[in-house]
Write a protein that binds this ligand. Structure first.
Ligand SMILES: NC(=O)c1ccc[n+]([C@@H]2O[C@H](COP(=O)([O-])OP(=O)(O)OC[C@H]3O[C@@H](n4cnc5c(N)ncnc54)[C@H](OP(=O)(O)O)[C@@H]3O)[C@@H](O)[C@H]2O)c1
Length: 227
C-alpha cells in the first residue's frame, strides 16, 4: 500500500485529497496544526493516521520526519497543500509590508521546500515518489493579475521550487505543481465556481501518476497550464 502525507489536511482541499486517496487504497497521513480537527477528520477515513505538523516551523518538520521514519520508514506521495492567504484581494506592492511578504513566502513556499528536502531522499531510496505542490493560477507569471501580492509571490516561488526540485529528483520521483481552480473552501469563499471534490481531483491525478507520467509541470484538471 502506498503511503501519502498531506499537509494542511484537516479541512478544505487537503482533507478532500486525503479522502479521495484513501478511497484508492492509499494509506494517508493527515497533517496540520490543530490536533483536534485532525483527529476528527481522520476518524471519517479508512487507512489513515494523523500527526501535528506546522510546515512553517523547521523543528516541527524535523519531528514529523523522525516520526515517519520510525513508524513507516517509507514515503511515496507528498501533497504540499498547506497555505494561507496573505494580503487581501486589493493589496498592492506599495501597500504590502516586508514582514507580511516574508511570512507568506516562509509559510506557503518555504513550507513546501522544508517538506521536499526531507521527502526527496526517502523517495529516492524507495525508487518511487510523487510530490504535488498545490499552487495557484494566481502565482503564474503568464497570468499575473493584481492584488493579494504576498500570496501571489509565494505561489510563484512555489512554482520555481517545483521546477528546480523536479530536476534534482530521481528517475521515478515526479514533482509537479497543480492549481485546483477557484474552490468553495474557507480560503476560496462561497462564491467560488468549483466544489471541493472537483478541486481535489487534479491533485489526486498528479499524486497517482503512472511511471511514464510528466514531471516538472504545472497542471489544472490534469492538463498543462502556463507557468
Ligand atoms: N480555494 C481556492 O480557491 C484555491 C485556489 C487556488 C489554490 N488553492 C490552494 O489550495 C490549497 C488548499 O486551500 P483550501 O482552499 O483548502 O484552504 P483552507 O480551507 O484555508 O485550508 C488550508 C489549510 O492549510 C493549513 N495551513 C496553513 N498554514 C499551515 C502551516 N504552516 N502548517 C500546516 N498547515 C497549514 C490550514 O490550517 P490552519 O487552519 O491551522 O490555518 C488549513 O488546514 C492551498 O495551497 C491554496 O493556496 C486554493
Amino acid at each position: 500500500m502506498r503511503i501519502a502525507v498531506i499537509t494542511g489536511a484537516a479541512k478544505g482541499i487537503g482533507f478532500e485529497t486525503a479522502r479521495q486517496l484513501s478511497d484508492r487504497d492509499v494509506r494517508v497521513i493527515l497533517t496540520g496544526r490543530n490536533a483536534e480537527a485532525l483527529e476528527a477528520a481522520t476518524a471519517t477515513l479508512k487507512n489513515s493516521d494523523w500527526q501535528v505538523l506546522d510546515v512553517g516551523d523547521d523543528a516541527s518538520v524535523a519531528r514529523f520526519f523522525d516520526w515517519l521514519k520510525t513508524t513507516h520508514s517509507r514515503l511515496d506521495v507528498l501533497v504540499n497543500n498547506a497555505a494561507r492567504v496573505y494580503g487581501g484581494r486589493g493589496s498592492s506592492v506599495l501597500g504590502t509590508d516586508p514582514e507580511t511578504l516574508h511570512e507568506a513566502i516562509s509559510n506557503n513556499a518555504i513550507g513546501a521546500f522544508r517538506m521536499m528536502q526531507k521527502a526527496l531522499p526517502m523517495m529516492r531510496q524507495g525508487d518511487y515518489g510523487r510530490i504535488v505542490n498545490v499552487s495557484s493560477g494566481m502565482g503564474a507569471l503568464s497570468d499575473m493579475g493584481s492584488g493579494a501580492v504576498p500570496y501571489r509571490v509565494s505561489k510563484t516561488a512555489l512554482n520555481a521550487l517545483t521546477l528546480l526540485a523536479a530536476q534534482e529528483a530521481a528517475a521515478n520521483v515526479k514533482v509537479n505543481a497543480v492549481c485546483p481552480g477557484w474552490v468553495r473552501t474557507d480560503m476560496g469563499g462561497q462564491s467560488a465556481t468549483r466544489d471541493v471534490p472537483t478541486g481535489a481531483r487534479g491533485i489526486v491525478w498528479a499524486a497517482t501518476l503512472p511511471d511514464d507520467g510528466p514531471t516538472g509541470g504545472f497542471f489544472r484538471d490534469g492538463k498543462a497550464i502556463e507557468w
